[in-house]
Write a protein that binds this ligand. Structure first.
Ligand SMILES: [Zn+2]
Length: 213
């Protein structure tokens, strides 16, 4: 039985999820590595983490990525469109957080259809640009689980597209793709995890996106 725990460390950090399967991974890294490591240690030895999958390059999701890689030994993975953005203060929006993006080279490069085999779960990478050029979602079709990054959030919310590299038309198309999935649980990049009518919530996100853009 796969367990997922929210292990984010700070109030402005993105959600950081610990996915405890045979090969444990983190989804996103947040900005606060020390408190995140403490949270992980409540459940397992952080050194057993095999991969840190970044849903996109923004600093609130990636600021602690380098430090967490060092502490856990997990490989850092990001979509092919954001390899160059990591380490860039502008693309990662690190300047908005009053910080600098740490120099960072990923170990694994993800693309549409990449499957991350964790043991019981196979997380499929969906490229869902719009919030940023290389935003991804991760979908497990048997467990009907969606890690939605900053593409969609609960209650019909959507990722903003007015930041560096954002594109509203792309976001609408990406959300439309997500409406074709069958998801029972959504693990979003911000806000709370939800298992209440997730497909309907994503439909609401699409309607909202179409009405505002
Ligand atoms: Zn973001």
């Amino acid at each position: 039985m796969v367990e997922v725990h929210k292990v984010s460390g700070g109030p402005y950090d993105s959600n950081v999820f610990l996915v405890m399967d045979e090969r444990p991974i983190l989804v996103d890294a947040g900005m606060s590595h020390e408190s995140t490591l403490r949270n992980i240690a409540k459940y397992m030895d952080p050194k057993k983490i095999e991969m840190i999958v970044l849903t996109h390059c923004h600093h609130d999701h990636t600021g602690a990525a380098v430090a967490l890689r060092e502490a856990t030994g997990g490989k850092l993975a990001i979509d092919r469109h954001e390899v160059g953005a990591l380490g860039d203060d502008l693309a990662t929006l690190a300047h908005m957080f009053g910080r600098m993006a740490p120099e960072c080279k990923p170990d694994e490069i993800l693309t549409e259809g990449t499957v991350l085999n964790l043991g019981e779960w196979n997380l499929e990478v969906m490229e869902t640009p719009g919030h940023s050029p290389g935003s991804i979602c991760l979908y497990e079709k048997d467990a009907k689980v969606l890690f939605s990054g900053d593409t969609v959030f609960p209650d019909g919310n959507i990722g903003r597209t007015d930041l560096f590299g954002g594109n509203s038309e792309d976001l609408i198309k990406s959300v439309e793709r997500l409406t074709k999935l069958d998801a029972m649980v959504m693990y979003p990049g911000h806000m709370e995890v939800t298992d209440k009518g997730v497909n309907r919530q994503i439909q609401l996100s699409l309607r909202f996106a179409e009405s505002v853009f």
